[in-house]
Design a protein around this ligand. Structure first.
Ligand code: URA
Length: 240
């Protein structure tokens, strides 16, 4: 039988974060099989009965959501400046949800939202190379040879980017341009920085695909639950 650290077990039940679970343990509010514990590192199995403040905990049902994030929302569960976060859209769902990775405040498009830590690992860890496609509007022109350079990989402050797919969707004779770029990395502000590398400003950025998922049928601010076969397929598509 697999064992789990007690703080993970408490977090998986949707009670609080792992870090805050450690505080509950230190405060003596957690029991295992009726015995109070104060050691945060203890491991438990599914057979152990864990209580927090005298109440038995059970694993929260996993929830997987595809959200069409509008611009003007922060991609984190909490904001210290009390600004609107993506999680505010899910106030009526009784689960401890958080965004899978992040999109900038000014970026719209597909954001997965979940309470499933293992799923999140598969979707975000660089080794799994999940492909994400962005539609990018720039207020200038990315020249042919620059497009090729971008496809091969360019040197940013945090290292060279991996080869990517790049397609020109609209080229308005020297004024602005719309492109689609597919990357499997997820560095901070990566797409914006890739265009800034050529002195170009991104004026609109939308994540239009996450692996096989698209925004079809959704308007900005809408969401839908992923179907079990979609969750399975995403996990299967993450490279081992
Ligand atoms: N790349 C960016 O620059 N911003 C995002 O929000 C996502 C990818």
């Amino acid at each position: 039988m697999t064992s789990t650290r007690i703080n993970k077990k408490i977090a998986d039940a949707g009670i609080t974060s792992r870090r805050k679970a450690d505080n509950l343990i230190e405060e003596g509010r957690v029991t295992i099989n009726g015995k109070k514990i104060t050691e945060p590192g203890i491991k438990v199995t599914d057979k152990d009965q864990v209580k927090v403040d005298g109440v038995i905990i059970t694993k929260e049902e996993p929830v997987h959501i595809l959200y069409y994030k509008p611009t003007g929302e922060i991609s984190s569960a909490e904001d210290d400046k009390d600004r609107e976060t993506v999680i505010d859209a899910f106030d009526d769902i009784d689960a401890r949800l958080y965004p899978v990775g992040r999109l900038d405040y000014d970026t719209s498009g597909i954001l997965l939202v979940t309470n499933d830590g293992e799923f999140t690992q598969h979707m975000t860890h660089p080794k799994y190379e999940m492909k994400k496609t962005y539609r990018v509007k720039i207020d200038g022109v990315l020249l042919r040879h620059q497009q090729d350079e971008m496809r091969r990989g360019i040197r940013l402050s945090d290292g060279k980017t991996a080869p990517c797919d790049l397609k020109v969707i609209r080229d308005k004779s020297g004024k602005d341009m719309i492109l689609e770029i597919s990357i499997h990395e997820g560095r901070n502000r990566q797409v914006r920085r890739m265009f800034e590398h050529f002195g170009l400003n991104v004026t609109k950025l939308t994540r239009i695909r996450f692996d096989f998922l698209t925004l079809e049928g959704l308007k900005e601010g809408d969401y839908r639950y992923l179907k079990p076969h979609e969750v399975k397929k995403l996990i299967a598509n993450s490279k081992k």
